[in-house]
Ligand binder design. Sequence first.
Ligand code: GLA
Length: 704
Amino acid sequence: MKLTKGIAAFAAAVAVAAFAAQDAGRATELALGEYLAFGQLTKDYYEAIVKHAGLQVIHADGAVTLRLQEIGREVATTPVSSSTTIRLKDEYYPLEVTRHVKTWNDCAAVETWVEIRHAETGPIKLIRADSIATPVAASTNAVRVLSLTGRAKNEANVSESRVVKGQTVELISSAGTRDAWEANAAMMVLFGEDVDEERGAVLGVALEWAGTSCSRVRRNWDGKRTEVFAGVDMTTGPYTLDPGVTFTTPKAILVWSEKGKGEVSREYHRWARRHLMPHGDALHPVLLNSWEGSYFSFTEQTLLDMMAGVKEMGGEMFVLDDGWFGRGRYARDETNRATAGLGDWCVNTAKLPHGLGWLAEEAAKRGLQFGLWVEPEMANTNSWLTQEHPDWFLQEKGRPVVCGRGKTQVVLDLTNPAVRDNLFTQLDAVYSAIPSLAYVKWDCNASIHNPGSTYLAPDRQPNLWYDYTQGYNELLARFQAKRPQIMVQACASGGGRMDFGSLRYTDEFWASDCTDPYRRIFIQWGASQFYPASAMACHVTASPNHQTKRVTPLKYRFDVAMTGRLGFELHPKDLSAEEVAFAKAAVADYKRIRPIVQRGDLYRLVSPYEKPFSSLLYVSESKDSAAVFALGLKIDGERVEVLKLRGLNPDASYSVQEINCIPGRHHAKLPAAISGRDLMEKGITVRLSGDYDSAVFEVAATAR
Ligand code: GLA
């Protein structure tokens, strides 16, 4: 009775929320549905108890099963959201599980997470503690899992794996820090053979988590039951949970759509911009990051020249990357490359005698905001910090330390509050010296490869992975609370922190250290499956590209970078006068379409995985304006493609204009005015030819 009442109250609460009620309905049902715990009784005669579970513990007395029963349910609503709390208790052990489900009135994404606490006679062990562990009823014989996997400079490869009857597809991210490389903690479960961008039933499952993760989709022996799990990966060892302490899983964000993958992506983008990213829908600046333009080799004059150059091209911010810090023999400079200085957050006065405050003022004089690169989680063994605190970095008793980059890089022990305090104090002093600091690039260039903590007790070593990520969250939250105006970019050797866990505290991610536009078309296509364009940092860099040596036209580099948050990563002095003029016009064009790209709805029209060419369309919420990108890969001869637009108002009249053009080189014949219906049904015909050709079109509703 109680239960039915709870559901009814919840449904009523959701029903008032006009569009969320419809679109979030199925995802809400799944979030409120069964939570598969090891040992629960099942109706399946052959199984008898649930063994493929999302929650599995070893009780203090060694027993292994759970029998959870609901003991209470509450619904709380606000004008913008609705939250349900379901309390479950083991029928025998003093162990409670609280499940949370939160829906929003303005988007279809549903957040769900779990808290576990107990009052047993001693600690229990969590073998698994997933955020979501639910069966999904779907009458189809074809279930696939869309995932993003990759590595440094090759992030977010999209693949779809078939889940065969009786088997499980499992995506594990085990690095602990550069979590988004190996297997991004976001997947789409595709039900049916005919799922594409526009059609088919899709369940998106993403974690708000920047640590180890495990997402699984399992089908039972006859394929009639599909089970979906996602949570922190515990294969690194069970988590030991003391009595009275609450273990909180990361949030899982569920999106259900009967209208294909495109709609699922748009809902994630909407949710992230509205309910996750600290600066929400704020427009992100066109910036120049110093890295590929100068690497470690710069003087104050180099940086001033870069500022002047980016300002001339219409840039709005200058970001000083790696190489500005360290003291005495451990100072980071161009001779030691990446072997020293991490951990010592003070300006290298030998290199920057006037300091960072002065640099920021120089930027301001030129009309630019100022941003700074930091790598708080890391230290070099060549640093004063590690000399003074040899127990502050992750290490295993009795084993030599395995070092990363520069053969001296170690990961600081963020489980230790003293380490977090030290980092906060050091960086707070740096930030205080730059009152106008507007942006921080938070990098992280190692995975956890010495999985041991001197801070955690010997019997708590496996807790490291989860506790580290909570330490990371806490540190980011502390910086954010003190200086909420600062926009942060999450970076981890490129796109290793392309995740919703980081985006809770940051506003963007560096998508990849591969800045080759040809490769970026694929990487950005992958990122767009879940992450909004405003959060995806895309920089125009030099040609030949530093990573792949590929030579591409400047226009192509711009067109590809304009599909996200546009920036530069080169020394402007290396550009010719014609190139600077082109860049100036390109930035002006981008600024005009920036609100559409950064806040609009994305429609992926053509996949680079299917054709030697890709197309993306962004439509403003009002449907008054749109931006269409046609990005060629390697085209043999000429290719004529009809791009049928989506999401426009069929009855409105629009003008379409090609922008960011090279004079005399147009890619389509465009009518003066065309209806939304024609743009969607007949489309625009675009001609691309040769390698690395591209075109951008601006669509605007004409006044009636
Ligand atoms: C990582 C980042 C780069 C750059 C360097 C600096 O590789 O991904 O963008 O910041 O570190 O060392």
